[in-house]
Design a protein around this ligand. Structure first.
Ligand SMILES: Nc1nc2c(ncn2[C@@H]2O[C@H](COP(=O)(O)OP(=O)(O)O)[C@@H](O)[C@H]2O)c(=O)[nH]1
Ligand SMILES: [Mg+2]
Length: 219
């Protein structure tokens, strides 16, 4: 019985994800679903990304959190449109929650929509939101064991941003080991070390976005 219910939930999610994907495809909107544990630096990365892409792309953000508009307010402070979803206890966004926000956006006027998922290394990975790309953020203080311990998150991503590399001199984290662990469970995902604070590595992230956008509008 429990298995049937879960199947229904995912089927409904997948229908909503297809609806979202259709809207995004028709309007040629690049959509990136950003996932990580709480505090890895998703919003900080998005703040720096919104600032860097201003004038080049029209960027909007969906923020997912259990409560508050804090992250949406951080994005709005930069002049970009942000819609906050509060899950009221839910540990991930689902495609229906995203679909319910789409009326608030004019997708024809948006080039790139970032979705900051709820901070959690488990639940968000199982839910298709209709995005073009799933990107995970792992941060240096979380330690080297997280990729092997949370494989469902890292086996489904196309890119892992290794954030807070400015802290490498102070913490016991080996970037080569992270690269090997990721390769073992997901040979197609890249690993990009960067720091949203010092901006080291951020240009490669922006280049990745450029390429993803070109692929999106040509498809
Ligand atoms: N040292 C360092 N701290 C960072 C970096 N990126 C984010 N932080 C800090 O990490 C904390 C959590 O960041 P936030 O963006 O809110 O994480 P989120 O919960 O994943 O959205 C904040 O105190 C940020 O200032 C970084 O590259 N280096
Ligand atoms: Mg955040």
């Amino acid at each position: 019985m429990k298995v049937t219910l879960r199947t229904d939930v995912l089927t409904n999610n997948n229908k909503a994800a297809e609806f979202n994907r259709q809207q995004f495809t028709e309007t040629k909107t690049l959509v990136i679903n950003l996932m990580s544990s709480p505090g890895a630096g998703k919003t900080t990365l998005l703040e720096e990304t919104v600032k860097a892409l201003a004038g080049k792309y029209r960027v909007a953000v969906i923020e997912g959190d259990l409560a508050t508009e804090k992250d949406a307010d951080r994005i709005r402070a930069l002049g970009a449109q942000a819609v906050q979803i509060n899950t009221h206890g839910g540990c991930h966004l689902d495609a229906r929650m995203v679909a319910a926000t789409l009326g608030e956006f004019d997708l024809d006027e948006i080039d790139i929509l970032f979705i900051e998922n709820v901070g959690n290394l488990v639940c968000p990975s199982g839910y298709d939101l209709g995005q073009n790309h799933k990107v995970a953020v792992l941060s240096v203080p979380e330690g080297n064991d997280k990729i092997p311990k949370y494989p469902t998150m890292f086996m489904r991503t196309e890119l892992v941003l290794l954030n807070k590399i400015d802290l490498l001199p102070y913490l016991d984290f080996d970037v080569d080991v992270a690269r090997e662990d990721l390769l073992a469970i997901n040979p197609i995902s890249g690993l990009l070390p960067l720091s949203a604070s010092t901006k080291v590595g951020m240009d490669e992230w922006f280049t990745w976005i450029d390429q993803a956008y070109q692929t999106c509008i040509q498809s």
